[in-house]
Design a protein. Structure first.
Length: 363
C-alpha cells in the first residue's frame, strides 16, 4: 500500500493493517442492523427438521414436507413483487448510506491529512510476512458474505445475488486501494488487490459449487505483552496501546483461519453438524514491515532489533460452526451468524520457528 526509500521507511514506521479489518467490522455492524429486519421474518428450526413458515419457500428441486441436512441459508424468502421492491430499495439505500459513511470516516481518519500525489503503485508483497494480505482476503470474504445475505433477503435471483453480493467485498476494498494509490505515503498494491479478489472469489465459488459456505474464513486475536520494555514501547508506537487498536493493527496477535465443516463434506456421517477443522496462519516477531528497524520522520533509526526472529506460524485446531447449531430462538440464530466471522476458542497445534507447540486455548 509505497516508492522505494521514503515509502518503505514510512510504512515500517506507521503500518496500516487496520484499514481492511476496520472496514470489515463496520460492514458487519451494518449487517447486524439489517438482520434485525430479517429475524422478524426468518424461518424456524424445529427439532432435526426444517419447517417452513408463510414467509419462505424451499430451494429448487426440494419438495414440501420433512427435510434433513438442509441449511436454513438455502431457503428463499417467499415475497410479493411489492415486498421485493421495498426490500431492494431498503438494502440498496442501506448499502449506499453505510458504505458512504464508512468511506467518509476512513478518509478523515487516514487520508485527509496525508500528502497526496499522482496515482502510483507500490510492491508491498514482502511486508509483514503476508499476514496483511491474508487480512485483505478475509475482509473481502466477510464483506461479500454479508452483502450476499442482504440481497438474499430481498428475494433476488440466486445467481444474481451471488455475483452482486459476492463481489461486493472486492469492490469495496478496491476503492480503498485507489485512495492509497493517490497517497504519497502508500500506493496501489497489486498484492492487496489480488487478495481482495481471492477473498470474494472464495465465497462466489463455494456458492456456485455447493450452494453453501462449507469452508468459512475466520479471525481470532490475542493481545501481545512482552517482558522486554523496548518491545512493548515499540508495539505501542506501531500498533497503539488499546485492545481495539491492537486487534486492528498488530499482526503478531492476529490469526486467520480456514474452517471446514466436516458434516458438509460427509453428509451421511454421524459427525455433529457443528464440528469443523480449522487451519490457521499468523506470524511472530514483526516490529516493522520487512525488518525490525524503525525510523522517525527524519530517517533517524529509533528502533533496531535484528536479534528478534521473524517467522510464520501455522495452526491446526478444531472449531465450532455456530450456524449449524439448531435452535428456534431467532435471537440466537442472529448472534450465531454474526459470531461465525470469528474463530471459536479451542486448543491448537502450532508449527513455527522450526518446532511444534501445543496451546491449551487459542484466541
Amino acid at each position: 500500500m509505497s516508492p522505494v526509500v521514503v515509502k518503505i521507511s514510512r510504512r515500517s514506521f506507521s503500518p496500516l493493517p487496520g484499514k481492511p479489518i476496520l472496514f470489515c467490522l463496520l460492514m458487519l455492524v451494518l449487517l447486524i442492523i439489517l438482520q434485525v429486519q430479517v429475524l422478524a421474518q426468518d424461518s424456524t428450526i424445529v427439532s432435526d427438521q426444517l419447517e417452513l413458515d408463510s414467509g419462505w419457500k424451499a430451494p429448487p428441486g426440494v419438495e414440501s414436507g420433512r427435510f434433513k441436512n438442509f441449511s436454513v441459508e438455502k431457503w428463499e424468502p417467499l415475497l410479493s413483487p411489492a415486498q421485493k421492491k421495498r426490500r431492494t430499495w431498503l438494502i440498496g439505500g442501506a448499502n449506499v448510506v453505510g458504505y458512504g459513511g464508512t468511506m467518509i470516516g476512513l478518509y478523515h481518519s487516514w487520508y485527509k491529512n496525508s500528502p497526496q500525489s499522482k496515482f502510483h503503485t507500490f510492491n508491498d508483497w514482502r511486508e509483514w510476512k503476508q499476514v496483511d494480505k491474508v487480512g485483505h482476503l478475509y475482509s473481502a470474504y466477510i464483506e461479500s458474505y454479508g452483502s450476499m445475505k442482504m440481497w438474499q433477503w430481498t428475494g433476488m435471483d440466486r445467481k444474481k445475488r451471488i455475483w452482486i453480493g459476492g463481489m461486493s467485498g472486492a469492490v469495496y476494498q478496491t476503492v480503498i486501494e485507489v485512495l492509497d494509490g493517490f497517497s504519497t505515503g502508500w500506493g496501489w498494491s497489486w498484492g492487496d488487490f489480488s487478495a481482495n479478489m481471492l477473498g470474494s472469489g472464495a465465497l462466489v465459488a463455494q456458492e456456485l459449487a455447493w450452494d453453501e459456505q462449507r469452508i468459512k474464513l475466520k479471525f481470532s486475536f490475542h493481545k501481545k505483552n512482552y517482558n522486554d520494555p523496548e518491545l512493548n514501547q515499540r508495539s505501542d508506537k506501531l500498533f497503539g496501546n488499546s485492545l481495539a487498536e491492537r486487534m486492528l493493527k498488530d499482526y503478531n496477535g492476529q490469526t486467520y483461519w480456514a474452517s471446514a465443516n466436516l458434516k458438509s463434506f460427509f453428509k451421511n456421517s454421524r459427525l455433529p453438524d457443528w464440528l469443523s477443522v480449522s487451519v490457521g496462519y499468523g506470524a511472530e516477531g514483526l516490529f516493522g514491515g520487512t525488518e525490525n528497524i524503525g525510523k522517525d520522520e527524519n530517517g533517524t533509526i529509533i528502533f533496531n532489533r535484528p536479534d528478534i526472529k521473524r517467522y510464520r506460524q501455522w495452526f491446526l485446531a478444531p472449531d465450532v460452526d455456530l450456524t449449524k447449531i439448531k435452535t428456534n430462538k431467532k435471537g440466537l440464530k442472529f448472534l450465531f451468524t454474526v459470531l461465525s466471522a470469528f474463530k471459536f476458542p479451542t486448543p491448537s497445534l502450532e508449527y513455527g520457528n522450526g518446532r511444534f507447540r501445543l496451546h491449551a486455548l487459542h484466541f
